[in-house]
Design a protein around this ligand. Structure first.
Ligand code: CMC
Length: 429
């Protein structure tokens, strides 16, 4: 069933070309966003619209997440992220994204049980981890492993998913966590640690990451709390690059696991989820150099490809609400854990200088979700090459929710047009 809102029938935008006036229907979203529906334009005029990198294109109608980039507002299914961080856990947020409503106590319990039941990876797949080079980046391992999941569960297509979406979503969310911890353990040459059914989601992840046969990890509720906060804030962000990859690949009716694998690959890029690792690399270099200004100047220099990592956003033209929450949480968490990280001081200095600099002010460049998150991950003990994996772990419910929405509301394969500007065909005389 299409998610398209009813057209008012009276509001149109008019497009004038040569001697023709074309009427284009106006669509209005529930938060008042106004769009021009151009879907029939080519059929009626032969013309297409051109918008490389989708700077101005809404690719779907969605009921999942709302972002107001001008006012710094973010909500999932009508519930603000502040409210979710204050009063809910990641697993409840995942349920909200997938089902549209926050779970009642018994529903939450059942969902957590389902996650536990599907937390084990097929044992044959565990051996795959032994064959990657030790230095392999965990994001590449994760996308490969997810694609490999489709060979174990080959029938997870749009049709079968309608029947067992809950099990499948649970398997995706839960096994990603198990695989992420396995990839880490493998990278440090330790035996993998299996999930425990008595532990809730975040605590279970910390157990798999940090327990060893000689040293069981003692679960700290403060660490569990901050992990819940970070995962909630990364759980969805409407039509970002990786979600668009998921919706696009999924529209060809590709197996869900392979579809998610495409999302993981998209997220790994430094302009997207990979930015959280790049921020820490940058902050470390600044600490070593002791010269914030040099990096600000480099970011402004049009002859340099350097960018201030963790700054700027396609949608937010003010503070990213996630960054605001994470910055405060970062301060509080480091104070609680009695950790003094010099990177936090440099990050704050960098932010202060950038926010007074006309280059950043005039372009509306503010810290984004990735600017402070890595400092928290460091404090938890998560290594830098796992930061983007943490982002992917959090984004899993969002990707699945979008896939689910896409297969139930969109019947056509995603297939943009282009304007050809290459050589014209030579005709033999
Ligand atoms: N440092 C320096 N200049 C910047 C930055 C930055 N971080 N971000 C944007 N600009 C400049 C850019 O050079 C351009 O200047 P001009 O108008 O003179 O050509 C202007 O600001 C607009 O930038 P844009 O590249 O057209 O903006 P975009 O919407 O295409 O890109 C972005 C958004 C996030 C890719 C970009 O801001 C960026 O590369 N940021 C650094 C990487 C980063 O932190 N990525 C994480 C994004 S948030 C998490 C997620 O959802 O993935």
């Amino acid at each position: 069933m299409s998610n398209k809102p009813k057209e008012s029938g009276v509001e149109y935008a008019e497009l004038k070309y040569k001697d023709k006036v074309i009427k284009l229907p106006i669509v209005i979203g529930t938060e008042g966003e106004v769009g021009i529906d151009i879907a029939e334009l080519r059929k009626t005029t032969g013309m297409v619209t051109v918008d490389p990198s989708f700077l101005n294109t809404a690719v779907c109608y969605s009921k999942i997440t709302y972002v107001d980039g001008e006012n710094g507002i973010l909500h999932y299914r009508g519930v603000s992220v502040d409210e979710l961080v204050k009063n809910h856990r990641f697993v409840e947020t995942a349920y909200l994204l997938l089902r549209g409503k926050l779970p009642k106590a018994d529903q939450s319990k059942r969902f957590s049980k389902l996650l536990n039941e599907h937390s084990l990876l097929h044992e044959d797949m565990r051996h795959f981890f032994d064959r990657f080079p030790r230095a392999a980046h965990p994001m590449q391992i994760m996308s490969t492993m997810f694609d490999a999941l489709s060979t174990f569960y080959p029938n997870v297509d749009a049709l079968s998913m309608r029947e067992d979406i809950d099990i499948c979503a649970a398997r995706l969310i839960s096994t990603f966590r198990t695989m992420a911890a396995f990839a880490y353990k493998r990278s440090i040459g330790e035996p993998v640690v299996y999930p425990r059914s008595d532990l809730p989601y975040c605590a279970n992840f910390l157990h798999m990451m940090f327990s060893s046969p000689v040293n069981p990890y003692e679960i700290n509720p403060e660490v569990v709390k901050i992990l819940n906060t970070l995962l909630i804030l990364h759980a969805d962000h409407e039509q970002n690059c990786s979600t668009t990859a998921v919706r696009t690949v999924g529209s060809a009716q590709v197996n869900l696991y392979s579809t998610i694998s495409a999302g993981i690959s998209a997220l790994s890029g430094p302009l997207h989820g990979g930015a959280n690792q790049a921020v820490i690399d940058m902050l470390k270099r600044i600490v070593k150099d002791g010269d914030v200004k040099k990096y600000i100047d480099k970011a402004k220099d049009k002859n340099s490809s350097f960018r201030l990592m963790g700054f700027g956003h396609r949608v937010y033209k003010t503070f990213d609400p996630r960054a605001v929450i994470i910055k405060k949480a970062c301060h509080d968490f480091l104070a609680t854990m009695n950790i003094n990280d010099p990177l936090l001081e440099v990050a704050m200095h960098l932010e202060e200088v950038a926010l007074k600099d006309d280059y950043f002010v005039s372009r509306n460049l503010y810290p984004n979700v990735d600017f402070y998150s890595g400092i928290i991950y460091r404090a938890i003990g998560i290594p830098e090459n796992m930061f983007t994996v943490m982002f992917a772990l959090a984004r899993m419910p969002g990707w699945i929710a979008h896939w689910k929405e896409m297969i139930s509301s969109q019947t056509k394969i995603t297939r943009p047009r282009q304007i050809y500007v290459g050589k014209t065909m030579k005709h033999e005389k």
